[in-house]
Design a protein around this ligand. Structure first.
Ligand code: MRU
Length: 362
């Protein structure tokens, strides 16, 4: 994707293979801050504190974290310990564990002297594959969208929640990949961007990246989606996901479930872009067993942003001492999902279809 007209990924290794560069997404949309992470501890903090976020991106970042570990100590214990620490940084997106397990599977059979080189190569391969995966999701999603008849003025209106775009992956995004491909194909389209309280990934990240790519979009409060759907102003909802269970239940940013309910009530298709790295085939019942991250109450009682003088300020919304709960994700039951868009094609959110795809995946 392009930032200020220049092609960029969201992370890249130092040429000297002793650091990883990432965008500190907490500072967007006001500042494009590039940070260098030079240790496993730094990578852990960047994932935990959401400098980087989005399921595929935290997986790729963690893979490079193991490469940093292999530079200093590539013993079995050190690599396993680092993987355990990194996987504890955030609990919901399964891509984190997926990426770390892939790295360990590649590295542990090797003599330790060869592990550091192999780790940097494997992390780079994982990042490149993420890009190819998202491009494929974009192609399959585009086909799905091309079957829709825009309800208004020949413009295809897509609603998305949170940020499942370029910034949530190494490049392209998952839910936004079909949007970017539609734009490249010259379609007339417009994106409704949910602000996504409490951390406002829609307002600060999705709106920013769509603007960078020149995609027409409008920011709305989270509660507007149902109203827009009732008025025929949404042709499709497309969201990303953090973990999909074997029964097709989809976990994504809090508020996704309400969008799916509104979509069902209004006959609007509800699509989930799902790279296979986000499928947890061992989780049989998503509604019952999905691990949901509970974040700080302060994200609910307070809000941050840029003041008129350019300084970042935080202000309090709720009364002093107000109790607040902050579940960061919710589960949309499979029955509300119109289709899963994967890199291998579009499938139904049904156990048999999911099992067949998983079985066919190397
Ligand atoms: O808490 P976040 O910002 O990491 O949550 C991100 C999301 O919920 C995304 O929709 C999901 O990770 C898919 S990203 C392609």
């Amino acid at each position: 994707m392009r930032v200020d007209g220049q092609p960029r990924r969201t992370l890249w290794p130092a040429a000297t293979l002793d650091a990883l560069f990432v965008i500190d997404q907490r500072q967007l949309p006001h500042r494009l801050a590039i940070e260098s992470l030079a240790s496993v501890e730094a990578v852990f903090v960047a994932i935990r504190d959401m400098w980087v976020r989005g399921a595929p991106l935290i997986g790729a970042t963690a893979a490079y974290g193991l490469a940093l570990q292999a530079n200093v100590d590539a013993s079995d214990d050190a690599l396993r310990g680092a993987a355990m620490q990194l996987s504890s940084a955030r609990p919901t997106a399964v891509n984190l564990a997926w990426a770390l397990q892939r790295m360990l599977r590649r590295l542990l059979p090797l003599p330790s002297a060869l592990r550091a080189d192999a780790a940097w190569r494997e992390a780079a391969a994982l990042a490149d594959e993420d890009v190819a995966t998202n491009q494929a999701i974009g192609r399959h999603g585009l086909q799905l969208l091309s079957a829709l008849q825009p309800r208004r003025d020949g413009v295809l209106n897509v609603l998305t929640h949170c940020n499942a775009g370029w910034l949530a992956t190494v490049d392209w995004g998952t839910a936004l990949a079909p949007v970017y491909q539609a734009q490249a194909a010259g379609w007339k389209l417009h994106v409704w961007v949910d602000e996504t309280r409490p951390r406002n990934q829609g307002a600060s990240l999705t709106a920013w990246e769509l603007a960078q790519q020149g995609v027409p979009h409008t920011l709305v409060v989270d509660n507007a989606g149902g109203h827009l759907m009732q008025r025929g102003q949404v042709d499709a909802v497309i969201v990303g996901c953090d973990r999909v269970a074997a029964n097709g239940d989809v976990c994504n940013k809090i508020g996704t479930y309400l969008k799916a309910l509104a979509a069902r009530d209004n006959g609007v298709p509800f699509y989930v872009a799902m790279p296979l790295s986000t499928l947890d085939i061992n989780l049989h019942d998503g509604l019952r067993d999905m691990p949901i991250e509970e974040r700080s109450a302060r994200e609910v009682t307070h809000i941050g942003g840029r003041a008129a003088n350019g300084d970042w300020v935080e202000v309090q919304l709720a009364p002093d001492g107000c109790a607040a709960a902050n579940p960061a994700f919710d589960v949309t039951p499979a029955a509300l999902v119109s289709a899963l868009i994967t890199e291998r094609g579009v499938i139904a959110a049904r156990p048999d279809d999911i099992a067949a795809l998983a079985a066919a995946t190397p």
